[in-house]
Structures are given as C-alpha cells and as structure tokens.
Design a protein around this ligand. Structure first.
Ligand SMILES: Nc1nc2c(c(=O)[nH]1)N[C@H]1C(S)=C(S)[C@@H](COP(=O)(O)OP(=O)(O)OC[C@H]3O[C@@H](n4cnc5c(=O)[nH]c(N)nc54)[C@H](O)[C@@H]3O)O[C@H]1N2
Ligand SMILES: Nc1nc2c(c(=O)[nH]1)N[C@H]1C(S)=C(S)[C@@H](COP(=O)(O)OP(=O)(O)OC[C@H]3O[C@@H](n4cnc5c(=O)[nH]c(N)nc54)[C@H](O)[C@@H]3O)O[C@H]1N2
Ligand SMILES: [Mo]
Length: 770
C-alpha cells in the first residue's frame, strides 16, 4: 500500500490531503493555520463520489434530434449517452462552428459565472474565456452575484479608483484593532464566510483577527436578523432587525445625528455633495413623505426607537466604522443600504481616518481586511474578446427568455442578445440563480447547452453535452488569492477520475478541430504555461525591485512569500488629507450623496440620493407568506461544492438542508425539531429539516444556499432544500441589475405523507458507474 500527503488549496484555504493507493482517504489542516476551516473535511467524500462525471456524455434527445430549443431540457428522466472523447469533441466543434457561422459569435453565451476551483492555471473561467476568445469571442457577463450593486453604484458615487479600493484594498483588521472604537456592521461578520476567498488564502486569519480586535477593546454592534452572525468571542451587541429594512434604520440614525447636533457638518461641507438633499429627505422637509425618525424606523424595521437613538449617540464622536455586508445589497433596492450607509459614515465625519468611516465586506470574505497585493498574482492570459455583447450576470434567465427585449442598466438602454449556445464551465447556475423553475424554462430556449463539470450537478443535468473535468487534486497548479501571504504549489495528488481530462487539453483539441490549436496553446502544454505564468509574474515583481525565487525553486519549496503586499491605513485617506489634489473621480470630485448622473437616469427604483424603498419582502402579503426567508451562505461548504462531503452532510436533517426558525414560531406552528417541513413561496416550494434556534429573529427563517437542486419529487419544486426554488428572479434595480437572492417571503408547514428520497446526487439515466 502506498501512502502520501500532498499540499493542496481550495477557495476554503490551504490544507493537505492524505492519499492511499490513488485515493484521498483523509485531510489535514496546514500546520501553520491558526484556525483551519472544517469545510476541508468534505474533500475525501466528494473526490471519489459516484456523482463524479467519468465520461463524456450527450443527452439522447439532442443526439437524436440535433440542436434546437427543447422544453424537456433538464427533465429528471432524460437519458444520457456516454460517448468517446473523439466523438464528443467532433460534435462540439461542429456545433460551435455552426452557431458562430450562422448566428455570429455573439450567439455564444460564455459568461459562465461561478467559482470553479482554486488554481491560477486551470481556473475554469479563465480557460473557457481564453478558448472562446480564440475562436472569435462570445457574449460575456458583467459584475457578480456577490456584490453587483457595489460594483455599479460605488464607481458612480466614489469614483472608480476609490470603489476598487473599497472592494479590494480594505484596511487590515490590525488597523481596526488599533484605531476603531466601535464597529457597527449591517449583515454580520460571519466567521464561516471568512473561510473562503477566491483562490484560497494560505491560512485563515480573519476569525483570529476579529477576536484580537475585541480583546483590544473594539466594541461590536451587529445589526442582523441572526444573533450568531458574529462570533461569540467578539461579544457583539445584537440589534435584531427585520431583513431588508437596513436603509430605514440608517436614515433614522442620521435623523438623530442631524437633530441632536451630532452630524459633522464640516466634513459634509468639505468632502461631499448632496448632503442637504439627504438631510431634508431625512427630516421630511422635501415633501417626499414622513419624517424618517427612529419611531418611523421602528415601525418599518422592528428595532425599538430607543435602541436606535442610543446607537446613534454611541456612534457619534468616537472612531466608528460602518460596515455594510454584501448580503444587505443582495436584495431588491440593494443600492440603498450601501448609499445610506456611506451617507451615515459621512455624517459621522470619519471617512478617511484609520479605523473609521465606511466599508463593505468585512466578514463577507476571508481576504477582506487581509491585506492587498497591488503587484498582482500569476495569471493565465485570456486574450481579447472581439465581441462587445454582455449582460449583467444575474439577468441570465431574462436574456434566454426574452432575446431582443430592452432593459436598463447603469444609464444604458440595452437589448438582450439571442444566445443559441450556452457554454458553462466552473459554475452552477442551478445552484446560484433565483427562481430555478423559471431558469429551467429559460434553459429550454437555446439550441445547445454545454457544461464542463467535475460532478453531475443540476446544471450538468440541464446540458446537452457534458464534458468531464479533472479536479484540483488531479492536476498540477499554483494558487494565491488577492492579499494573500504566499503563492502555493498544488501538485497532483491522485490520477484523474474515469476519463476526466484537464480542460486545457479539451480546449486545445477543440481548437485543433477549428484550425486554431496553435493560437490557443501558443505551443505550450498546461505545465509549460504554469512555468511561463509564474515567471511573468516574477519579472513583474522584479521590475519593482523585489525578488522571488525561480519556478523550479518555487515548485520544490512548495510556496513563496508574496512580495509587495500592502496593508492600507485608511480608505480615502489621501482624499481626506487633500480633497483638491486627491479629488475623487466623480463628477464633483467629492463623495456624491446626491448624484446628478444617477438622478439623470430617471430610475424610480434608484433615484439621485439614498431613499427608503421597501422591497417585496417588506411589502409582501404577510398573511399568505408570514416568514422572511434569509438565504445566506452555507457554513458547511462553499456554495454547492462538495455538498455530498462529510461535513456538509453532517448538518442535514433527514438528508435535507437545515431550516432554522425561532423556537416560539416552531411551537406556534406545531413543528417538531428534526422534522421535515415544506417551505412554500409564491413561485415554488422545497423540503427542509427543522432546526429551532434562539439565534433567529421571530418571523424570520434561515435556509442557506447550496443544497443540490432536486426536482425529482412530485408536488415540490426541490426535495432537498435549495432556497432558489423559492427566490424571485428580479434585479436589485435598473441601475445595477444585481442578484437579489438573499431574501424572499415564505410560509412553513409540516410535511406529511411519504418522504421522497433525495435523488440530487444520483447520476442521470444512461450514465454508468466509473
Ligand atoms: N438565494 C441565493 N442565491 C445565491 C446567493 C445568495 O446569497 N442567495 N449568493 C450568490 C453568490 S454571492 C454566488 S458567488 C453564487 C455562487 O454560485 P457558483 O459559483 O455557481 O456556485 P459553486 O457551487 O461554487 O459552483 C461552482 C461549480 O464549479 C464546479 N467546478 C469546480 N471545479 C471545477 C473545474 O475545475 N472545472 C469545471 N468545469 N467545474 C468545476 C463545481 O463542481 C461547481 O458545480 O451563488 C449566488 N446564489
Ligand atoms: N462558508 C462559506 N463562506 C462563504 C461562501 C460560502 O458559500 N460558504 N460564499 C462566499 C461568497 S461567494 C460571498 S459573495 C460571500 C457573501 O458574504 P455575505 O453576503 O456577507 O454573506 P451571507 O452569509 O449571504 O450573509 C451574511 C448575513 O447577513 C444577514 N442578512 C441577510 N439579510 C439581511 C438584511 O436585510 N439586513 C441585515 N442587517 N442582515 C442581513 C444574514 O443573517 C446573513 O447570515 O461569502 C463568501 N463566503
Ligand atoms: Mo459570491
């Protein structure tokens, strides 16, 4: 028997896998990691699971009838035919050529959103985009599901460079520890969320950093529907709020600051434009409606007026940092809490000071507040896309259902392109998109759907052509994330599962069939690319007079420290020091609390300054749908990845995703702990396992994302507990068109009758065991 231990890395951090006879039998935390993530325990089970894609497969109906719209795409009873590699490559190359020559490259939708795996060379999106660029381009996607509203709003009101810093160069947790008196966070600081960073962080630093900040005297206030959205050891004061009402709370906090002489008018005058518009709106002087005082906010948010007054006074006059977590903007009108949060921070007058001001992302991702790497990381070049067609990423179903139709986005009147071929690699829209029944209808529209996958996900089961991809453990790669401490080698640990291949090789062979092999590969293997990419990064670093070892030394050392890391003292510090010389790249050069540009777009759902606009979860029918459902990130895994792994499975109840509810609500409904419940909303339903918890605000339920979508049971949209069976497919607003999956309204009832099995992890008909 052979046994070996290999270092690896996932988005959930660096760790080691134990391999026996070509199989992963265990995991070990990195010995340097002060707080390793329990998510690593999912890997052994997922790596060799029967849901791995072992051979290329083609949906029988597509194989027999050829390309074309098919409303049966995604039918759980559909059969697949496993084929030889040469066959699938011939079919796929011919279909790509048909679509691009008949309809143009714009008809290929290659947005292919999703996290895929860590690894800078074999990163699924990068490889797909490089390939599609080589063959003439594709319709791409813009912005993210994570923070679409931040990405569109912030450049308008802070200017692009400052908006980029807000997302990618937040001051480090050590600055907070040193300078902050009070950190008020809307949307929690979930340690489980900080376990992940795109690319994977060398070691987990955010959880320990939060604890150290608290130990040094930083006070934390968490405005959230869940008490345990902050780690116990930061001893946060919990302000329990009705989800989707943060803007009302922020406006009321400003009301107290304005009316009690606590607002920093000198700061507002010098560094902002539009404060007067916000002030007269808050005071109810602009004729737009009620006075937005704490009593008004209490009626909207459920937070007692006295608590709001006390909080505003507590925030004023000391070093206060306002953090708006990304969840808060992942909802209808998600721009407003960002803009109002920034306005609140401006009223406090501490923007630009170390440890004070505004942030958006602490507690959302591990590398936020973990330093920045402005020199960049090793990067696989993707080439250029000659097609200028794009959609805002979360409008995928609208695009497929309504080609040619008009929509608004960031001041532009746009039209949806007509996508005939959808190409997905490294993402799982049947995990991530809202209203999955609608998405299924949308996936019936294109001529052909192609999916590269490691596993038979619900998305693979909506594909006509399924191409098996290797996992990170089956290929050599290197990784690091933005702000990371090291670049790390990820050597191959096990042989490929079945006939799975590295996507690079798949694309190279496809490119060959289209006469473009040389253009795609530039004469290199993926191993040679790894060396080139590393050495290019090394020269970039060397141009700044910094030094890292050559590739061979790096590979044998297994890791190198990233030179040139920075930890900024403050966001907008230069602007504060010199508002003229360091003017922002906004029309006014200042922070725009009123934006003439946004105002000129004339959007009712995003006017020229922050306002209270109740979303559908606030205005929804509370008799029919008495609960606000919070669909937050799962603590047991990353999104849908490795859902069948041991740690993720250990959280399930009767094999279903856990639904948390206040014990009082559970009692009132007569629902027993550990029972299976049916969660029903206006668009669909799912099963879940009931977990009563005092941490949940009454009237709220929590069902995290990522249970594999299972549409096989009669009478229920998803038998496994994917909250996107319930969510509404609508954009944040005409401005950003971001994802709004965080919140929806539901009712919860006992499930009676025979419990349908969870079939999500069974491969489809026609697929043989590896
Ligand atoms: N209701 C609701 N929905 C949400 C959210 C929410 O808050 N609420 N959050 C949203 C957010 S922020 C995000 S970022 C999205 C995340 O959505 P996704 O990023 O789409 O979710 P993942 O499960 O990470 O999907 C990645 C897929 O890539 C596959 N994969 C892994 N490695 C490889 C590889 O090397 N090659 C290929 N071809 N495939 C690979 C995995 O098997 C997996 O199926 O979800 C969004 N959806
Ligand atoms: N373990 C793990 N970590 C992850 C991920 C994962 O899948 N698993 N996904 C990663 C990704 S891609 C992203 S983008 C980030 C997302 O990071 P976030 O968006 O910050 O994370 P969420 O868990 O969706 O939401 C955080 C908390 O916000 C609270 N919340 C929800 N709605 C409201 C509201 O209206 N008001 C207030 N005040 N609070 C509200 C909820 O209680 C929730 O627990 O997480 C990353 N981290
Ligand atoms: Mo995300």
């Amino acid at each position: 028997m052979s046994r070996a231990v290999y270092p690896t890395s996932a988005h959930w951090g660096g760790y080691q896998v134990v391999v026996e006879d070509g199989r992963v039998v265990g995991v070990r935390p990195d010995p340097d990691d002060p707080a390793p993530s329990p998510i690593i325990a999912n890997t052994p089970g997922a790596q060799h699971h029967p849901s791995r894609v072992a051979r290329p497969a083609v949906r029988r109906r597509w194989l027999e009838h050829g390309p074309g719209p098919d409303p049966r795409r995604g039918d759980p009873d559909d059969e697949y035919v496993e084929v030889e590699w040469d066959t699938v490559l011939d079919l796929l190359a011919r279909e790509l050529d048909r679509v691009r020559s008949r309809h143009g490259n714009e008809a290929i939708y290659g947005g292919s959103y999703g996290w895929g795996s860590a690894g800078r060379i074999h990163h699924a999106q990068s490889q797909l985009h490089r390939f599609l660029n080589t063959i003439g381009g594709y319709t791409r996607s813009r912005t993210t599901y994570s923070h679409g509203a931040v990405e569109v709003l912030m450049p308008r009101i802070l200017g692009t460079p400052a908006a980029n810093r807000l997302l990618h160069r937040a001051p480090a947790w050590t600055v907070i520890r040193e300078h902050t008196d009070l950190l008020v966070t809307f949307g929690g600081l979930r340690v489980s969320n900080t376990w992940t960073s795109s690319g994977g962080r060398a070691v987990q630093t955010a959880g320990p950093a939060m604890r150290e900040a608290a130990e040094s005297g930083v006070e934390f206030v968490s405005v959230s529907p869940l008490r345990d959205d902050t780690p116990e050891d930061v001893k946060a004061d919990w302000v329990s709020i009705e989800p989707g009402t943060d803007t009302a709370v922020m406006l009321a906090l400003m009301h107290v600051l304005f009316t009690e002489g606590l607002a920093d008018t000198a700061f507002l005058d010098r560094y902002t434009v539009g404060a007067e518009a916000v002030r007269s709106y808050v005071l109810g002087e602009d004729g737009s409606g009620p006075v937005r005082d704490p009593e008004w906010a209490e009626s909207v948010s459920g937070v007692p007026a006295g608590e709001l007054r006390a909080l505003a006074r507590r925030m004023a006059g000391r070093r206060t940092l306002v953090n708006v977590g990304w969840s808060v903007q992942r909802a209808r009108h998600g721009e407003q809490p960002l803009w109002a949060g920034l306005a609140l921070a401006c009223c406090l007058g501490q923007v630009g000071l170390p440890g004070g001001g505004f942030a958006s992302g602490y507690g959302s991702m591990g590398n936020y507040g973990g330093g920045a790497t402005p020199l960049g990381l090793p990067r696989m070049p993707q080439g250029n896309n000659p097609v200028d067609s794009f959609i805002p990423v979360a409008r995928i179903a609208d695009m497929l259902l309504h080609p040619g139709e008009r929509y608004d986005f960031d001041g532009q009147e746009r039209r949806y392109p007509h996508a005939r071929l959808v190409y997905w690699a490294g993402g799982n829209p049947f995990h991530h998109h809202q209203d999955l029944a609608r998405l299924t209808e949308a996936f019936g529209r294109p001529d052909t759907v192609v999916v590269h996958e490691t596993h038979w996900t619900a998305t693979a089961r909506h594909a006509d052509i399924v191409v098996p991809a290797t996992t990170v453990l089956e290929r050599d790669d290197l990784t690091a994330s933005q702000g990371d401490l090291t670049v790390r080698a990820m050597p191959r640990a096990v042989p490929p599962h079945g006939q799975a291949r590295d996507e690079y090789d798949t694309y190279a062979d496809l490119a060959e069939r289209l006469g473009l092999r040389e253009e795609f590969t530039e004469g290199r293997t993926s191993g040679q690319w790894m060396r080139v990419v590393y050495e290019r990064w090394r020269s970039l670093v060397a141009r700044r007079g910094l030094d890292v070892p050559g590739f061979d030394e790096f590979w044998s050392l297994g890791r190198v420290e990233i030179p040139g890391r920075v930890e900024d003292e403050a966001l907008l510090g230069e602007f504060r020091a010199d508002p003229e010389g360091g003017a922002l790249r906004t029309p006014s050069g200042r922070i725009e609390l009123f934006s003439d540009t946004i105002d000129s777009f004339g959007y009712e759902d995003c006017p020229g300054h922050p306002v209270w606009l109740p979303g559908p979860t606030v205005t929804g029918d509370r008799d029919a749908w008495p609960f606000t459902l919070v669909a937050n990130q799962p603590s047991g895994r990353l999104h849908s990845q490795q859902d069948m792994g041991a740690h993720s499975m250990s959280q399930k109840v009767e094999g279903r995703a856990p639904l948390r509810m206040h014990p009082g609500d559970a009692r009132a409904l007569g629902l027993a702990e550990g029972s299976v419940v049916r969660v029903v909303g206006p668009r669909g339903s799912c099963l879940a396992g009931l977990v009563p918890s005092e941490s949940v605000r009454p009237g709220v339920v929590q069902l995290s994302t990522g249970a594999w979508y299972d549409p096989t049971a009669p009478g229920v949209t998803c038998a496994h507990g994917n909250p996107n069976a319930l969510t509404e497919d609508v954009g944040t607003s005409s401005l950003s068109q971001g994802c709004t999956g965080q919140l929806t309204r539901v009712r919860v009832e006992a499930f009676t009758g025979p419990l349908p099995p969870v079939r999500a992890f069974d491969p489809p008909r026609g697929v043989m065991p590896a």
